[in-house]
Design a protein around this ligand. Structure first.
Ligand code: BGC
Length: 443
């Protein structure tokens, strides 16, 4: 490899490094922002009450769940027995098109209601079913079944939804579609759903985390530590949705982060998410590669399509390239639409990907470390963190980088934080939350 390219890689590695001392200052800032958010003071962490606590594991019923907030939208029927047995889950996955997420709320909720109707017809469901609604965006809840969308994230822009109660919008759409057999009984974020799904079987689970298209963490907090007591809620602990993707202090930011933010739908917001989330990782790698292409360091100055244009390089491409053995990287790049890469070009693009993935995993680990040390400052006991999302599940190296970061921070106590894949937990969690709400309404 030419020395100019080698030097560029070494310098990028330094810029994207994030070691235990810097993580510790980020963790301190995170704790401070948590406190402020809980007191209702201005903070980059929204610290949103969810009106939900961990389940008892005895919740039961025949429940519907909606899971909205990623590329796919899911409708599930969940049968919970409440006696430790695996829930029976049948479900349909529907792909949302750009017009659903980017035009009007009416079109979005209209499409959802149509899918629900189709699902119920296909399953032959008659009668009335309680429904739990996972909505994977920041919602300000005033009650378990009421919450306004604060602001769209992850590039969604459907108009007429921000500031509105999403349960009311769903109910209205269901009514218009003539779907009578559904009662929306609860609303939750995907992090909360994921935590609840795992905690149903595992009482040591006290946090939920998404590392996918977007990123966020929730955890179990004592109600006495909230600035304001949530009206009508009488349990001692509540899950708090931090909206940690919006955290913006002491992050190892690079000029490519600033460039990405400036071109995004929501400049100035979701800084942590823009350094970690799968929606952005590909573009960060592309920005770095395009910079070097422009400086003649890569591809002999040629401008290979997907690496030269905004948003054409996805985190899936980064993942595919990292999964290929190094000597197959040029062929893998060609398969990804970048033909004619020499071994050095391919090795460098691969390494850029690895460096951004390493940084993302370390930031994610720092956020979880801050969360767990808030709950248990000395890590005296074992904690499960329920995690879902494609980065955690599939990105080569991601989990190992996280584990390394925990070790660097906590030494032998690192294994007190156990992130566990809770695949598709948010739909199941929504059903469990709805079942708990039903039981409480009947009691
Ligand atoms: C949203 C969160 C969500 C996360 C993961 C973020 O963009 O603001 O509410 O939990 O994505 O889906």
């Amino acid at each position: 490899m030419e020395s100019a390219l080698q030097n560029a890689l070494a310098s990028l590695s330094g810029q994207l490094d994030f070691q235990a001392p810097e993580m510790r200052s980020m963790i301190a800032a995170f704790h401070e922002q948590m406190e402020r958010g809980l007191r209702g003071e201005p903070s980059s962490l929204k610290m949103l009450p969810t009106f939900t606590d961990n389940p008892s594991g005895r919740e039961k019923g025949d429940i519907l769940a909606l899971d909205l907030g990623g590329t796919n939208f899911r409708v599930l029927r969940v049968r919970l027995t409440g006696d430790g047995r695996e829930p029976g889950i049948t479900g349909g996955k529907f792909k949302l098109a750009t017009e659903h997420v980017a035009r009007t709320g009416e079109e979005l909720f209209g499409a959802i209601a149509r899918f629900i109707r189709q699902f119920m017809e296909a399953q032959g469901l008659r009668g009335t079913y309680p429904l739990g609604f996972t909505f994977s965006f920041p919602i300000r809840q005033q009650a378990l079944r009421r919450g306004e969308l604060i602001v769209w994230t992850k590039g969604w822009t459907a108009s007429g939804v921000e500031g509105r109660d999403v349960v009311a919008l769903l109910e209205l759409a269901l009514e218009k579609q003539g779907v009578a057999g559904v009662r929306v009984v609860s609303l939750n974020n995907d992090t909360t759903g994921t935590q609840v799904a795992r905690a149903y079987f595992d009482p040591a689970c006290d946090a939920g985390c998404i590392l996918g298209t977007g990123t966020n963490v929730c955890y179990r907090e004592s109600v006495s530590r909230l600035g304001e007591a949530p009206l009508g809620y009488n349990r001692e602990a509540m899950i708090i949705n931090m909206e940690s993707g919006n955290f913006n202090q002491k992050l190892p930011r690079h000029r490519h982060d600033a460039a990405l933010d400036a071109c995004s739908e929501n400049p100035g917001a979701q800084w942590e998410e823009k350094m970690v989330g799968g929606r952005y990782l590909g573009e960060l790698v592309r920005l770095a590669a395009a910079d070097w292409i422009g400086r003649g360091l890569l591809f002999g100055g040629r401008r290979p399509g997907p690496l030269s244009e905004r948003d054409l390089w996805s985190s899936e491409a980064v993942s595919a390239l990292l999964a290929a053995p190094p000597d197959e990287a040029p062929a893998r790049l060609a398969g990804l639409g970048v033909p004619g890469a020499g071994p050095d070009d391919a090795a460098a693009v691969r390494e850029i990907g690895r460096l951004f993935v390493r940084r993302a995993a370390r930031i994610a680990a720092a956020v979880l470390s801050a969360t767990m040390t808030r709950i248990d400052p000395g890590l005296e006991r074992a904690h499960t963190v329920a995690v879902d999302g494609s980065l955690f599940e599939k990105m080569p190296g991601f989990r190992a980088f996280m584990a390394e970061a925990f070790s660097g921070l906590f030494g032998v106590r690192a294994d007190r934080i156990a992130p566990v894949l809770t695949h598709d937990g948010s739909g199941l969690g929504a059903a469990i939350i709805a079942a708990a709400a039903e039981a409480e309404n009947i009691a």
